[in-house]
Design a binder for this molecule. Structure first.
Ligand SMILES: Cc1ncc(COP(=O)(O)O)c(C=O)c1O
Length: 313
């Protein structure tokens, strides 16, 4: 889906016009992938709009930056306030929010420390990530996720998404909607942009972070919801073949939200319909994000926008 421009972008503490948020081709990030970023959703509510798990996302961006020795010149509170200011200024909801911290125009060469750090935040309308209803048809990728102690999986760094691109493109050219990658030991890791959950015999399983998976905020939300629903939950390494014989498999992610999976490598999961536990968790997730159920976990940051206004684009 082409990006729908909004009016403003937050840059280093100021709101600037969308079209002025540009960088030089010789910026460090262009050549060496030196950026960390976030993806956040702002949902429509019955009386306004709210950003889902804003502090958790911005803390993860600070953590990603710390791993790469990027000393961001903004506190968690300032970054969260920046997101709220931007979303309110653009007046678009629902929307997807993309904060990014990058190494800008300074010196050429691998050493990033003499290139300035720039922080931008953009927001724009964005719909469903994995199209269609009733479950996605996906594959296990021939590409592995990054090996431990190579590209850090806990950092949401742009460079990791070269691996994600290989996984996703391979899936698409072979007629699947998405790919799940194994880690270098052949154990289930994650999708190109999603965490993976498996249900078997009433137990909800997901791989631990040590299997080269991102610490997904939606993953954490699913685990929290499941525990509150009284479902047994286990974080443990999962062999590939468990995917095929699972009762239910689903993705979690900011973009994918809670996405049932219908088949993997053309093997139908159970009867091919979204499973009962997947449905329960999805219902709870969407009831909270849409404001139809109380925000009992404190996940929503309200924003002051008139959601009845047409999208300004
Ligand atoms: C590789 C990868 N794994 C998992 C996720 C899910 O993370 P979250 O739920 O925080 O969006 C994402 C999306 O950001 C991702 O890119």
């Amino acid at each position: 889906m082409p990006i729908q421009a909004t009016e403003k972008i937050w840059h280093n503490g100021n709101l600037i016009p969308w079209e002025q948020a540009t960088i030089h081709v010789m910026s460090h990030v262009i050549h060496y992938g030196s950026s960390v970023f976030e993806g956040i959703r702002c949902y429509k509510q019955p009386h306004g709009a709210a950003i889902f798990r804003l502090p958790e996302h911005m803390q993860r961006m600070l953590d990603s930056a710390k791993i790469y020795r990027m000393d961001l010149p903004f506190t968690l509170e300032e970054l969260c306030a920046g997101v709220v200011d931007l979303v309110e200024a653009n007046g678009v909801a629902p929307c997807y929010i993309r904060p990014i911290a990058l190494r800008g125009y300074g010196e050429i060469g691998v050493d990033p420390t003499r290139s300035p750090i720039e922080v931008y935040i953009a927001d724009f309308p964005w719909g469903k990530y994995i199209p269609g209803h009733g479950g996605a048809d996906i594959c296990v990728s021939s590409w592995n996720r990054m090996a431990p102690n190579t590209m850090p999986s806990l950092a949401k760094a742009a460079s990791n998404y070269m691996n994600s691109q290989l996984i996703h493109m391979e899936a698409e050219v072979n007629g699947y909607q998405e790919g799940i990658a194994l880690d270098v030991h052949g154990l289930v890791s994650e999708g190109s942009g999603e965490n993976v959950f498996v249900v078997r015999n009433g137990v909800l399983f997901t791989p631990p972070l040590a299997n080269s998976a991102l610490s997904g905020i939606t993953r954490d939300s699913v685990l929290t919801i499941a525990r509150h629903l009284g479902l047994p939950v286990t974080e443990q390494p999962l062999p590939r073949e468990l995917l095929y014989i699972a009762d239910e498999v689903f993705f979690s992610g900011t973009a994918a939200e809670v996405q049932p999976i219908r088949s993997i490598d053309r093997i139908t999961i159970a009867d091919g319909k979204p499973g009962e536990i997947t449905q329960k968790i999805a219902d709870e997730f969407f009831a909270i994000t849409s404001g139809l159920k109380p925000d009992r976990f404190g996940w929503l940051t309200p924003v002051k926008i008139n959601v009845d206004e047409p999208v300004k684009a």
